[in-house]
Write a protein that binds this ligand. Sequence first.
Ligand SMILES: [Zn+2]
Ligand SMILES: [Zn+2]
Length: 247
Amino acid sequence: MNLVPHQDDELITLGVETIASIRERGEENHVLIFTDGSASGVHRLLANGRECSLHGGTHHYRMSRERFVAARDREFTDSCRQIGYSRANIHFPKERLRDGEMDTDGAYGVLKGFLSTFRVKDGDRLVLRTISPYGGPEQHSDHTSLGCAAVSAYKNGLVQGLELYQEPYCVFGLRETHKEAALGVKMADRQTKEVFAKACAAYGKWRPLLGRFAVGVHSMPDFFEKSTESPASYAIGNVDEMIELNG
Ligand SMILES: [Zn+2]
Ligand SMILES: [Zn+2]
């Protein structure tokens, strides 16, 4: 069960590992997104009337919060499908939290509510895969909150396992603040790179008439330009020890 705070975290932070899990190890993967992604500055950017070098045309798209969230969800669903999730395994909670306002209690409540309705097949282990909360002071607070909620769920026995991954852009923060972390880097092989590139393309699609505004690429143009060269997942290798030391 992959837990993500926003659209694109399933790819940028968890993507390489998830692709291997689904396509190489044949494991059943689900994804649950917690916030609506509505606080992105791209919402305003798309209405600023300026020309843009990322695509032809100008930014003359003023839209409601709901329409912006729907546009982001199209990118997210498309990315998840490329990664290899079946449509039925892409989950939106009943009560979606506001982007930028997720605290640990809120995240834990959504997770607990969702898991109470989630059936695990006999003999299967339920493992959470999510973002490590140890990324340092620069880490997005929604990411930290969700990581902490996942740690609590694991400690409280709601699930049988926990995997934590650091955002590529927070690896430095992890190393600065947690010398005790054992970081395992998994680089994508050629096949994984191809899948990863297709999922990235979901965040770069500019088709305004179809409700596609390349929100992901507008928010992190440098990342999407470079990420397909050497995508990687950064796993915390000593999760139990980290929890013991840091709570
Ligand atoms: Zn995020
Ligand atoms: Zn643009």
